[in-house]
Ligand binder design. Structure first.
Ligand SMILES: Nc1ncnc2c1ncn2[C@@H]1O[C@H](COP(=O)(O)OP(=O)(O)OP(=O)(O)O)[C@@H](O)[C@H]1O
Ligand SMILES: [Mg+2]
Length: 242
């Protein structure tokens, strides 16, 4: 599904060069649920943005669902992103002056989908996350957990093949975090590949596979038991490689 080989990303400003990704290798198979952990500033969001075709990379090879991303025009990348990828951003990225229905509608309109189909998809997605009765509410009228679920609904309404989630439970209490995680697990069980960045070791342990990004490089924790223990210093934590 997603194959990155030696992918690097350098951000250049007038004063500094930041090597956000350094020759990162990561392979994700169709249907996997992968948790990505790592320190702040290590490159996790950069990786997700590149994986989701929101940003370009400086060097390396990246195949997404059989297509060589490097060779694609901007237009082709946008189309691919719109058809196949759902995003749940760090912070929710809901548009404050649009109600929930319209927030979910934005990416679907962009795809040129007929309004009857959009309506069905949006209502289904909002119902799935338990917000069926809130379609006319504005983001500011919702709790943090509800906003987070609305952001998930917006991603799901597009029925993405690949769902990229950046700290989807970051602002939630532990009970709400667990219920968002359960929702993601259901979506994954229905066939959507998920890559989730999280700081929460309990949630990471529930994913099928754990990848640790440090200093712009990825390590597969499931393949390196000694590193696993170092990363999860909590007693009895495990990577639960189901
Ligand atoms: N647009 C940008 N321009 C310049 N540098 C950037 C840009 N975006 C990110 N960086 C730098 O790239 C590095 C990786 O950032 P990134 O956002 O990927 O980290 P992260 O692992 O997601 O961190 P966090 O856990 O805090 O969200 C950081 O040093 C950051 O300052
Ligand atoms: Mg980040």
């Amino acid at each position: 599904m997603l194959h990155m080989q030696a992918v690097s990303k350098v951000y250049r400003t007038e004063l500094v060069e930041t090597h956000a990704l350094r020759s990162l290798n990561l392979h994700v198979q169709e249907g996997e649920f992968v948790a990505v952990t790592g320190p702040s500033g290590s490159g996790k969001t950069t990786f997700l943005n590149i994986a989701g075709l929101l940003e370009t990379f400086s060097s390396g090879e990246f195949m997404l669902d059989g297509e060589n991303v490097r060779g694609l025009s901007d237009d082709a990348r946008s189309r691919l992103r719109n058809r196949k990828i759902g995003f749940i951003f760090q912070g929710f990225n809901l548009i404050p002056d649009l109600n929930l229905f319209d927030n979910c509608d934005v990416p679907l309109r962009y795809r040129g989908m007929p309004s009857s189909e959009r309506k069905l998809r949006i209502e289904d997605a909002l119902a799935l996350v338990g917000l069926g009765s809130r379609t006319k509410h504005f983001p500011a009228e919702l709790s943090g957990g509800q906003q987070q679920r609305a952001a998930i609904a917006r991603a799901l309404a597009g029925t993405p093949r690949l769902l990229l989630a950046d700290e989807p439970t970051g602002n939630l209490d532990s009970q709400m975090a667990r219920s968002v995680m359960e929702l993601l697990e259901e979506i994954n069980a229905q066939g959507t590949t998920i890559i989730m960045v999280t700081h929460d070791p309990e949630l990471a342990a529930r994913a099928q596979r754990n990848v640790h990004i440090v200093d712009g490089m990825a390590t597969d924790l499931s393949a390196e038991p000694s590193l696993t223990q170092a990363a999860h210093s909590a007693p009895a934590a495990s990577t639960a490689n189901a």
